[in-house]
Design a protein around this ligand. Sequence first.
Ligand SMILES: Cc1cc2nc3c(=O)[nH]c(=O)nc-3n(C[C@H](O)[C@H](O)[C@H](O)COP(=O)(O)O)c2cc1C
Length: 198
Amino acid sequence: MEKRSDNDHPIHDLLARRWSPVAFDPRPLPAAQIATLLEAARWAPSCFNEQPWRFIVASRDDAAAFETALGCLVESNQAWAKNASLLLLTTTKKTFTKNGKPNRHAAHDVGLAVENLVVQATADGLIVHQMGGIERDAIRATYGVPEDFDILTGVAVGYPGDVSALSESLQERQNGARTRRPLGEIAFVGRWADPFRP
Ligand SMILES: Cc1cc2nc3c(=O)[nH]c(=O)nc-3n(C[C@H](O)[C@H](O)[C@H](O)COP(=O)(O)O)c2cc1C
């Protein structure tokens, strides 16, 4: 199922095709595909090339590891993420390694790395759904995440699945409209809130 962006100006096909479905087909991903996704993330830019991102990886073909990661999501996310092929938990190093100072861009840089992964996944015919709804305390305790790392998001990756197998409320989400603020509300020229007009 496709749900392309209703964009007002031309954008790259990969960006137009990307969206956040909830219907996944529960098949494992080949290890080489998982490596490719992480490699795409690895080549993201970052402030001072700190590369603050760290990923906890739980592949469907390791049932115990997958269940552990699934249990670290809030219940409403577990309801659909249980059919993903791969679950990632993203974390970021809060300080620069070279001088120990706070890295204000740590979360920003993880976002860049995840978007690299998302675009790679889309190009490879996969779907991705990111999650803020995760159990951070449980993740820290379960995986022994050090205090110098913030726990940011969950990322479900997999194959497009059967919409009719979803609950009614998840079908509504899967089929619902995708909306965006108009360009003039997010891009300003001259003064704050003076809309950019192409
Ligand atoms: C950081 C982040 C956190 C998100 N958290 C959740 C979440 O916990 N549960 C969920 O179902 N979707 C979550 N989403 C998905 C967004 O709701 C979705 O990206 C947004 O509605 C736009 O839809 P689209 O990705 O299909 O364009 C999250 C997305 C991002 C980037």
